[in-house]
Design a protein around this ligand. Structure first.
Ligand SMILES: [Cu+2]
Length: 110
């Protein structure tokens, strides 16, 4: 089941649907899943740089089969947190990384 979804992501990647965001550090590989159609809308509730965490009031997350809720995520790259603050509307992707829910891409809504 998960592998099929991964295959879809890879297919989207091969189709050129991925935003090539020049990012610092190791964020490049984790942003492979950043197909716009897979992104989830959310509102930032809290930014916790010290602990590399963000609280999001998010819509349904398809790839995690998660209903809308407010919850805390890890972020794969602390630099993501520099772009947002509490109250901001964002779109994001998340994945389970070592059992922890981790934001792999975060885009502020303009
Ligand atoms: Cu959730």
């Amino acid at each position: 089941m998960k592998s099929i979804k991964f295959l879809l992501i890879v297919t989207a990647l091969l189709a050129g649907a991925v935003h090539a965001q020049p990012a610092t550090g190791g964020a490049v590989t984790t942003q492979i899943a950043t197909s716009p159609s897979e992104m989830t809308e959310a509102e930032v509730r809290k930014v916790d740089r010290e602990n590399q965490k963000i609280t999001l009031k998010h819509g349904a997350i398809k790839n995690l089969e998660m209903p809308p809720m407010t919850m805390v995520f890890r972020v794969s790259d602390t630099a993501m947190l520099d772009k947002v603050q509490a109250g901001d509307k964002v779109r994001f992707t998340a994945a389970k990384d070592g059992g922890k829910l981790t934001v792999t891409a975060l885009v502020p809504e303009k």
